[in-house]
Design a binder for this molecule. Structure first.
Ligand code: 13P
Ligand code: SF4
Length: 386
C-alpha cells in the first residue's frame, strides 16, 4: 500500500468554493443499497449529469462512469457533453480543475471527495516555479534568442495545479499527458533550445530518452535548493531541465521486481507506466500511459502473461474484466494503490448525486478567472498535440 498523505495544498484549497465532509448518514450503507440509490439518482438527473472516471478508480465507482479513460481521453470528453449541467469527476483534483477550465460557463465540475489530491501535483508550487524561471533568466538560459527561438520552453504534466498550467501557458509552453508526452517534447523542441519539464522528472526523463536525448543532457532542478542545486555549466549543456518531482505510487516499482517476475514466469511481458524510474523502463518490455497499457494487453494474443507496473485497480481490472484469457499480475506483488484516487468512494458519489437531485451542489471545483485564460491556452495546446 502506498503512503500518500491525502492533503490539499493552499493552491488547491483556493480553488474550492465549498468544502463539506460526507454526512454521517452516508456511512456504513450496504453495497446493494448504494448501487440502487446511485442508479436512481442518475436516472433522475438524466442528461443533466455526466460522470467521468479515471482508470485508477475503484470498481464500485467506475462502473457508474459514462466515460472512462486516462487523463488525456477524459480531458477530451469534456467538450462532448455540453448539455450536462454537472460534470462529476471521479478522479483527482487536478483533473477536475482542468475540466472546469475546458467546460462551458453553464457547467459545474464536482469532485466527490475534496481530499482526492495528487502528491506529485503538490511538488510544484507557483512561487517555486517563478523563482526557477527567474533564475533561468538570470543565468541567461531562458531568454529568447535573436533567432526567435525560445531559450527554454516550459512543459507541465497535466498532474499539476491550474496556477502552474497558467504560468506555463503564458510563457509559450504547454501541458502534456503521458499519452502525448513524446509529441509534446517534439513540439517544444521546434520552438526552443531547452525544455523545462515539471513536475514529474521520471516522465520527462523517460520520454526524452526515448526520443534520443542522452541522460548527460538532462539536469534535475530541485526547487528546494538554491538555484535548483544545478551546476551552471551542466545547465548550459542540458536539453532537458527536469523538475525534482515524482509519483509516490509509480516509484515503488523496481528492477528487482522485474528480475523476480521474469524468474517466476518465464516468457512474461512487462509493461510499465512512464512515471516509473528510468532503470525500470529500461528493464521492462514496454511503457506507456494507462490507455496504452490497456490497448497493448487487451490486443495481445490469448494466453499471454503480463506483469503490469501501474496502479493496482487498473491491474486488477485488466486481470478480471478487460483482458480475459491472459494472465495479468501486478509487478509489485502487493499491488501499488493510489490512496488519493481511492478517496472517491461510492458513498461520496451517492451523496453528491442525491444532493444534486435536490438542487444542492457540493464540492464544486473552480479555477479563478485570473488563471483561466492562460490555463485554457495551455490545455488547448495540449489537446491539439498528438
Ligand atoms: P494517465 O491517466 O495519463 O495514464 O496518468 C496516470 C496517472 O498517474 C494519473 O494521475
Ligand atoms: Fe498522483 Fe501518482 Fe496518484 Fe496519479 S497515481 S494521482 S500521479 S499520486
Amino acid at each position: 500500500m502506498s503512503s500518500i498523505i491525502p492533503l490539499l495544498t493552499e493552491v488547491e484549497k483556493a480553488g474550492i468554493a465549498e468544502r463539506q465532509a460526507l454526512p454521517e448518514r452516508y456511512l456504513g450503507l450496504p453495497d446493494a443499497e448504494m448501487d440502487a440509490r446511485i442508479t436512481a439518482a442518475r436516472g433522475k438527473l438524466g442528461n443533466r449529469l455526466v460522470i467521468l472516471g479515471h482508470h485508477y478508480q475503484r470498481d464500485e465507482v467506475i462502473k457508474f462512469a459514462d466515460y472512462t479513460g486516462d487523463s488525456f481521453r477524459l480531458a477530451r470528453q469534456i467538450a462532448n457533453r455540453p448539455e450536462a449541467a454537472y460534470i462529476v469527476f471521479c478522479g483527482v483534483h487536478f483533473m477536475a480543475e482542468s475540466a472546469d477550465v475546458l467546460c462551458a460557463p453553464h457547467q459545474q465540475v464536482i469532485l466527490p471527495d475534496l481530499a482526492a489530491g495528487c502528491s506529485m501535483a503538490d511538488m510544484a508550487e507557483p512561487d517555486q516555479l517563478e523563482s526557477c524561471w527567474e533564475a533561468l533568466n538570470q543565468m541567461g538560459v531562458a531568454p529568447r534568442r535573436s533567432s526567435g527561438q525560445a531559450g527554454v520552453v516550459p512543459v507541465t504534466y497535466i498532474n499539476s495545479a491550474a496556477s502552474i498550467k497558467a504560468f506555463v501557458g503564458e510563457r509559450g509552453g504547454t501541458v502534456c499527458t503521458s499519452s502525448n508526452a513524446a509529441a509534446t517534447l517534439k513540439w517544444a523542441f521546434e520552438r526552443g533550445e531547452k525544455v523545462l519539464f515539471l513536475p514529474d522528472q521520471h516522465l520527462g526523463r523517460n520520454t526524452a530518452y526515448k526520443l534520443g536525448i542522452p541522460l548527460d543532457e538532462m539536469v534535475v532542478w530541485d526547487p528546494n535548493e538554491i538555484v535548483g542545486g544545478v551546476d551552471p555549466d551542466q545547465l548550459k549543456r542540458a536539453k532537458m531541465i527536469l523538475w525534482k518531482g515524482h509519483c509516490s505510487v509509480h516509484t515503488r516499482f523496481t528492477v528487482q521486481q522485474i528480475e523476480a517476475i521474469r524468474r517466476q514466469h518465464p516468457g512474461v511481458r512487462v509493461i510499465v507506466h512512464p512515471e516509473v524510474p528510468w532503470d525500470v523502463v529500461q528493464a521492462a518490455d514496454d511503457s506507456g500511459s494507462t490507455e496504452h497499457i490497456i490497448k497493448t494487453v487487451t490486443n495481445s494474443p490469448q494466453g499471454s502473461v503480463w506483469a503490469v507496473g501501474t496502479e493496482v485497480h487498473l491491474v486488477n481490472r485488466l486481470a478480471t474484466d478487460l483482458a480475459p484469457d491472459r494472465t495479468v499480475v501486478s509487478l509489485d506483488r502487493f499491488g501499488c494503490l493510489c490512496s488519493t484516487m481511492f478517496r472517491v468512494s461510492p458513498n461520496h458519489l451517492l451523496w453528491i448525486l442525491e444532493e444534486l437531485v435536490e438542487g444542492r451542489v457540493h464540492n464544486r471545483i473552480t479555477v479563478s478567472d485570473d488563471q483561466k485564460h492562460w490555463t485554457r491556452v495551455a490545455l488547448d495546446r495540449m489537446l491539439s498535440i498528438r
